[in-house]
Design a protein around this ligand. Structure first.
Ligand SMILES: [Zn+2]
Length: 433
C-alpha cells in the first residue's frame, strides 16, 4: 500500500538534476527503488539518538534497516526514547524499536539484533551500504571505526580502493550540544585520526576547589573530594546512598554560603557527583536529522556530503559550525601503512617490544601478533609454539626487504595495524638471505 504523494519531497531530490549533486549522480525513479528495495543501512544503538534515526531513515525512503543494541528499556528512557511505552520496560530496545517502526511506517522492514556490537562477525557489518552510529560511548565508536576500516584496502599507488570503503555517519549528543560527522575510511579522518576531539573529562584543579571556589559545582566537588575523606575517612562514598548524597549537599551548601555562591541544590549535587549530563530530546532530533540526511546523500549522491564534521550548540540560541578535519597519515587504523624504522638485524622479538613501547602505536597494543602476507611470523594462542622460533630471527630474514609491510594484530584492535618497515643503514648484503 502506498500513500498518495508519500514520496513527493524525496522525488524532488532524486529525480532532478541540481548544482550541488554528488559525483556520478543520475536522477531517476530507480534511485528511490534502490533505496527502498536493495539499500541496506545499519543503525548502531536504539537509544535517544537511535529512535530518532530509525524514524527518520524509515520516513526518508530507506526500506531495509537493521538495528543493533544490547540494552533493555528502562523507565527513565521513556521521556525521549519515543518508540518505547511503559509496558515495554525490561524488553530489548532493538526489538521493540523495530516492531514500532514497522507498525507505524508501512512498507519498511526493520531487523533487530539484541546483542553486543562485538558479538557480530565482520561479514555481518560488510553487508551494509552505510552504517549510522547513535552511540554514547567512545569505546563503542572506536570499535565500530576499526570494523569499518578493516574492510579498507589500498591500491599500488596508495589510493583507497573505493570498492572496499565502508562509509559511516556518526551522531553524538551531550545535553544541548551535539555533532554529526561522516567517516569515509581512507578519504575523511577516521575516529583514531581525530581522537583528540574527545578530551578527557574536565576536572577542576584542587587549588581552585580549596582556595577560590567560583561556582556551585566547585563547592560540591570540594565537599565530595576534600571534605569527605577528611571527615569520614572510614566510609567509602556511595553515590547511590541518599544519606551520603545529602551529607555532600549540606557541606556544599555551607561552603557556598561562606563564599557567597548561589545555586547549590540537591539535584545539582547529584548531577555533579554522578557526572550526569541531561539528555535533551531536541538535540537528539536535530543531530539524527542531519545524520539521516548524510546517509541519504551517501547512498544516492543526490547532494555532496558534509565535509566532514558539524557541531551543534544549543545552549544559548542555536549555533552550528562545519569543520573539514584532516586525516592523520600516521593513523594506525586507516592509513596505508605506518613507516617504522629499525636496523635490519633487529629480531622479531625486539621489533614487537619496540612497537609496544612506541608512544603512538603502543597505546593500541597489548600482546601483538605479527604476520607478513599470508605467513604468520608470530601468533599468540594455538600457533604460538609453532611460530615462537621466529622471535629470535632478524626481521630482515622474515620479510622481502626494505619497505615490506607487516600486519600487526592485537586483541585491542579489530583491524590489523599496517607497519611499513624501513631498514636503517641497511645494505643489500644484510637484507638478502
Ligand atoms: Zn584514521
Amino acid at each position: 500500500m502506498e500513500l498518495e504523494g508519500r514520496w513527493r519531497d524525496l522525488d524532488y531530490l532524486l529525480t532532478r538534476q541540481g548544482n550541488v549533486v554528488g559525483p556520478g549522480f543520475e536522477p531517476g525513479p530507480e534511485i528511490r527503488e534502490f533505496l527502498h528495495n536493495d539499500c541496506r543501512v545499519l543503525v548502531v544503538g536504539a537509544g535517544g539518538l537511535g529512535c530518532e534515526l530509525l524514524k527518520d531513515l524509515a520516513l526518508s525512503g530507506f526500506g531495509n534497516i537493521d538495528v543493533i543494541d544490547m540494552d533493555t528499556i528502562d523507565v527513565s528512557n521513556l521521556n525521549r526514547q519515543f518508540l518505547f511505552r511503559m509496558q515495554d520496560v525490561g524488553q530489548s530496545k532493538a526489538e521493540v524499536a523495530a516492531r514500532r517502526i514497522q507498525q507505524r511506517i508501512p512498507g519498511v522492514t526493520v531487523t533487530p539484533h539484541h546483542c553486543m556490537i562485538q558479538d557480530k562477525a565482520l561479514d555481518f557489518y560488510e553487508q551494509f551500504h552505510v552504517i549510522v552510529l547513535g552511540l554514547d560511548s567512545l569505546e563503542a565508536r572506536r570499535y565500530m571505526n576499526s570494523v569499518a576500516c578493516s574492510f579498507l584496502e589500498y591500491d599500488e599507488e596508495g589510493q583507497p580502493d573505493l570498492a572496499t570503503v565502508k562509509p559511516m555517519v556518526d551522531g553524538g549528543t551531550e545535553g544541548f550540544k551535539g555533532h554529526a560527522r561522516v567517516l569515509i575510511p581512507g578519504v575523511t579522518p577516521c575516529f583514531e585520526c581525530t581522537l583528540w576531539l574527545f578530551p578527557p573529562q574536565t576536572k577542576f584543579p584542587l587549588c581552585t576547589l580549596a582556595e577560590t571556589p567560583r561556582s556551585p559545582a566547585h563547592c560540591i566537588e570540594y565537599a565530595k573530594i576534600i571534605l569527605w575523606p577528611k571527615e569520614r575517612p572510614d566510609d567509602s562514598f556511595d553515590a547511590d546512598c541518599e544519606e551520603h548524597m545529602k551529607w555532600v549537599y549540606d557541606k556544599a551548601l555551607a561552603r557556598a554560603a561562606e563564599f557567597g555562591i548561589q545555586g547549590v541544590t540537591y539535584q545539582l549535587t547529584q548531577g555533579v557527583v554522578k557526572n550526569i549530563i541531561p539528555a535533551i530530546a531536541s538535540t537528539n532530533a536535530i543531530v539524527a536529522a542531519q545524520c539521516t540526511l548524510e546517509a541519504l546523500k551517501m547512498v544516492t549522491m543526490c547532494s555532496t556530503g558534509l565535509n566532514n564534521y558539524m557541531m551543534y550548540v544549543g545552549t544559548d540560541g542555536v549555533y552550528t559550525l562545519t569543520t573539514p578535519y584532516e586525516r592523520d597519515d600516521k593513523c594506525p587504523i586507516c592509513s596505508a601503512g605506518i613507516t617504522f624504522e629499525v636496523p635490519p638485524s633487529t629480531t622479531l622479538q625486539q621489533l614487537i617490544d619496540q612497537l609496544v613501547a612506541d608512544p603512538d602505536l603502543g597505546k593500541h597494543l597489548s600482546a601483538p601478533s605479527v604476520s607478513y602476507g599470508s605467513t604468520n611470523l608470530f601468533m599468540r594462542g594455538a600457533l604460538e609454539a609453532q611460530t615462537r622460533p621466529n622471535l629470535e630471527k632478524p626481521i630482515s630474514d622474515l620479510v622481502d626487504g626494505d619497505g615490506s609491510i607487516v600486519h600487526v594484530n592485537d586483541r585491542k584492535l579489530v583491524a590489523a595495524m599496517k607497519i611499513r618497515l624501513k631498514f636503517s643503514g641497511s645494505t643489500n648484503g644484510t637484507m638478502e638471505m
